[in-house]
Ligand binder design. Structure first.
Ligand code: LR7
Ligand code: MN
Length: 757
């Protein structure tokens, strides 16, 4: 009996121990479950945002945005968050979110001056319009969530097939094992990396999706075509692009703007929003409330996550120049690089402070950044402008590649490797990410249409334009293929450092802001390089209505002076088109000093760069700019005869298309000319003369088809203060100047062919 009692007492202890242990285990388990539920919740929310986006993409089908100079923002359904309240069950439908972007480099306001409309440089910015409609949909249902997860699964399992069949220009010949992580090539040399079993980079990576923690490394041969279609055999080993994102499981899934969602401010905070707007010319109030390390939706085309890149890519210095940048956006820019760049490819982040005036950008910034050993801050002693600030950054950079970024961006998942891969394949390639839009109003991350490239219109105005559909079809292009880009937007690109210096960097004579993107673009293309947009690399940028900082000199004059330098050095005979589109006044070198160009012209010769005509024919063939505004016979309506130049004198004759003596050009310089002879008013304004054409002489310029519709058919002498028009005598024996009369048929002239409306 006693023994039984003792036995029970002993086993009771054991039982009690087992009981307590189970309770503790249960508690731990519940805590773990709660934590993983949080993870799952945030993951699900993120997936929902992505799914919404996919659905809206599918609804749009493959339809391309019409050619236009607007920001090609897609219609996106996004969930909305509000401070402290978590995700709302409604989503915001952004309809026609075509905003002010696009027109920059002097015309950021979206206004293109007409040929005869003198000098407008972005002085009149029109705020972009949003048509925002709230669309109610019920709380996320479990069923929908399940669907999402299925979708995700099938996506990953499909991946490799997709890349084998469809990725251009990289063709995978065979894929083998799934070995360990990417190794850092310590020597930064190109060539295969031999077994280095130690995992260096991943120790810094705390949160990785399992698949990304073990990117596929293959011993595969990559057979790729170089730009000219030549097949290059490359035996270096490759891996699946690292979709690293340390914000993947955000600390606070319900934070404002999380996952790049639109954030709302309460109506009683409107005044505060307004008050702070001018600090950055975007919603600074809201930006300050959004985590500096928020997650954004992975907007890459589906197959991008499966693309292979080389193990031994060169590493890069990321250079941010800033002047008076808003604290939260500057930090978000830096965090997005730190959180989404494979550490072994990021040599450093260089912040070049272009003599900012804000206190918080001094000691406070030093202190904040001191926690990140890779971040260096360089302070300029006087305001240099972004062009020379970038050059300062480039001069001290230690990376093999330079990556320039604006200071109000967010790099998306997997943004870096696809850029570096292009430089690795060919050091003369200059890759740019797709620039997506961070809304200046609600800070949402908006994806843009596919197949967009940077182009320019006259007078060197940057804009976006979709690749012609025929070109896409002919080249069998998929949405993830690199896109040849005639002009880069300017702020976001990678370039081999040595190559950047070989090209002579930027023209250091360019001041403060504007035009440098044209300069570097023409230089790259005409001197043997290539600019590409890489759809698998995506970076959001806040497009602002105005520059939030002061210009040391007049903004308009600064930009037009920069553009004139670019035109003089790079445009050859096409520079007339630049001046002819509203910049005639820049011809007068007494009024505007564009500085010395000798070095730049010498550089172009030294680099043996091709002509602008070559650039137009080969890089931007769809532009086909006419070298003259109008040409052919010059018909007088009243006389019903044509102007004839014979033996140095003008007369009228029966119109004859085959007669060379009746052929005249109306040029961008507004000359009416035959060869190098120009028609000019003469004497006290009653006669005319033939003179050797001279661009600097106002007397040689005639307004024709000007914006004054009543006198559109007239030839108005530009130099005269009073409106004087070229008039034929009724008998056809005189040509003289007279006061303009809109109905006078003897003052109406018509060229055979007009190249402009
Ligand atoms: O004096 C200055 N010093 C600077 O350091 C002026 C500017 N900056 C900094 C500034 O803080 C910012 O980080 O330089 C960067 C670019 O200035 P923004 O953001 O005012 O320029 P932007 O985005 O309006 O203009 C575009 O065109 C510029 C022309 O010179 C530059 O090339 C910008 O980099 C470029 N931005 C982009 O390409 C992003 C996409 C825009 C489009 C289309
Ligand atoms: Mn910018």
């Amino acid at each position: 009996m006693m023994r039984i009692r003792r036995y029970l007492r002993g086993s009771g202890r054991v039982l009690a121990f087992v009981f307590i242990a189970s309770v503790i285990w249960l508690l731990l388990d519940m805590a773990a479950l709660r934590m993983s539920m949080d993870d799952v919740n945030s993951q699900l929310l993120k997936e929902r945002v992505i799914r919404d986006r996919e659905i809206s993409k599918q609804q749009r089908g493959t339809q391309l945005v019409k050619q236009g100079f607007k920001n090609p923002v897609q219609r996106v359904d996004f969930a909305v968050t509000r401070a402290g309240k978590g995700p709302l069950s409604s989503s915001i439908k952004l309809a026609h979110v075509y905003r002010h972007g696009g027109q920059k480099a002097g015309h950021q306001g979206g206004h293109l001056p007409k040929a005869d409309e003198p000098k407008h440089v972005a002085s009149e910015h029109k705020e972009g319009h949003y048509n925002v409609a709230l669309k109610q949909d019920g709380p996320a249902k479990k069923k929908a969530v399940d669907l999402d997860l299925n979708g995700m699964k099938s996506e990953t399992s499909r991946g490799m097939d997709v890349i084998i069949k469809r990725t251009l220009p990289v063709v995978v010949s065979n894929t083998t094992q799934v070995p360990p992580v990417v190794h850092k090539n310590k020597h930064g040399k190109k060539g295969p990396i031999h077994s280095e079993p130690k995992v260096e980079t991943v120790t810094e990576v705390s949160v990785l999706k399992p698949v990304e923690a073990h990117p596929v490394k293959t011993t595969t041969k990559l057979i790729q075509k170089d730009g000219k279609g030549k097949v290059v055999d490359d035996t270096a080993s490759v891996h699946k692009v690292i979709s690293l994102d340390l914000t993947n499981v955000p600390r606070d899934a319900n934070a404002m703007g999380q996952f790049g969602q639109a954030a709302l401010v309460a109506s009683n905070e409107d005044a505060e929003v307004k008050k702070r707007w001018n600090e950055g010319h975007f919603n600074v109030f809201l930006s300050d409330k959004i985590p500096v390390d928020r997650a954004v939706p992975d907007t890459r085309p589906e197959m991008c996550a499966q693309h292979l890149v080389h193990d031994n890519l060169p590493s890069t210095s990321v250079i941010f120049c800033f002047v008076d940048e808003v604290w939260s956006t500057l930090l978000r820019s830096v965090h997005s690089v730190l959180n989404r760049s494979p550490p072994h490819l990021l040599t450093e982040i260089i912040l070049v402070d272009d003599f900012s005036t804000k206190d918080y950008l001094k000691e406070q910034l030093d202190t904040y950044m001191s926690q990140f050993p890779k971040v260096r801050i360089i302070r300029l002693k006087e305001r240099q402008g972004l062009i020379r600030a970038r050059l300062t950054g480039a001069a001290v950079a230690k990376g093999e590649v330079l990556t320039f970024l604006d200071s109000h961006i967010e790099c998306n998942v997997g943004w870096l490797e696809p850029l570096l891969e292009r430089v690795y394949l060919d050091r003369k390639k200059v890759p740019c990410p797709v620039i997506e839009v961070i809304s200046d109003k609600d800070m949402s991350y908006l994806l843009v249409d596919n197949f967009q490239r940077g182009v320019f219109k006259w007078p060197l105005v940057f804009g976006w334009s979709a690749l012609p559909e025929e070109y896409i079809r002919k080249n069998n292009m998929t949405v993830s293929d690199p896109i040849r880009c005639p002009v880069m937007a300017g702020g976001l690109f990678s370039i081999d450092k040595k190559y950047f210096f070989e090209l002579g960097t930027y023209d250091p004579g360019l001041d403060v802001w504007g035009g440098e993107n044209m300069e570097i673009s023409f230089k790259i293309w005409m001197c043997g390089g290539e600019i590409e947009i890489i759809p698998c690399s995506r970076v959001g940028h806040i497009f602002r209505g105005q520059n939030p900082y002061k210009f040391p000199k007049d903004r308009q004059k600064t930009v037009e002076r920069n553009l004139a330098r670019v035109a003089e050095v790079w445009l050859d005979e096409y520079k007339d088109l630049f001046y002819g589109h509203g910049y005639h006044h820049l011809r007068d070198r007494k009024a505007i000093n564009i500085g010395n160009l000798t070095d730049q012209i010498e550089l172009r010769k030294k680099l043996k760069c091709k002509s602008f005509q070559w650039y137009l024919d080969n890089v931007y063939p769809d532009m086909k700019p006419p070298l003259v505004q109008a040409e052919g016979l010059v018909f007088n309506r009243g006389l019903r005869k044509c102007l004839t130049l014979q033996k140095g004198s003008l007369s009228f004759d029966t119109c004859d298309l085959s007669s060379q003596s009746q052929h005249f050009n109306y040029t961008w310089m507004r000359h009416v000319r035959q060869q190098d002879l120009c028609i000019a008013p003469h004497g006290n304004g009653s006669g005319f003369a033939l003179q050797l054409c001279d661009n600097a002489v106002p007397e040689h310029r005639w307004l024709h088809k000007s914006s004054n519709s009543a006198l559109a058919d007239h030839l108005i002498a530009e130099y005269a203060s009073k409106r004087m028009c070229l008039e034929a005598g009724p008998k056809g024996d005189t040509l003289h100047l007279n006061s303009c009369e809109s109905r006078n048929a003897f003052q109406k002239w018509e060229f055979t062919k007009y190249h402009t409306q």
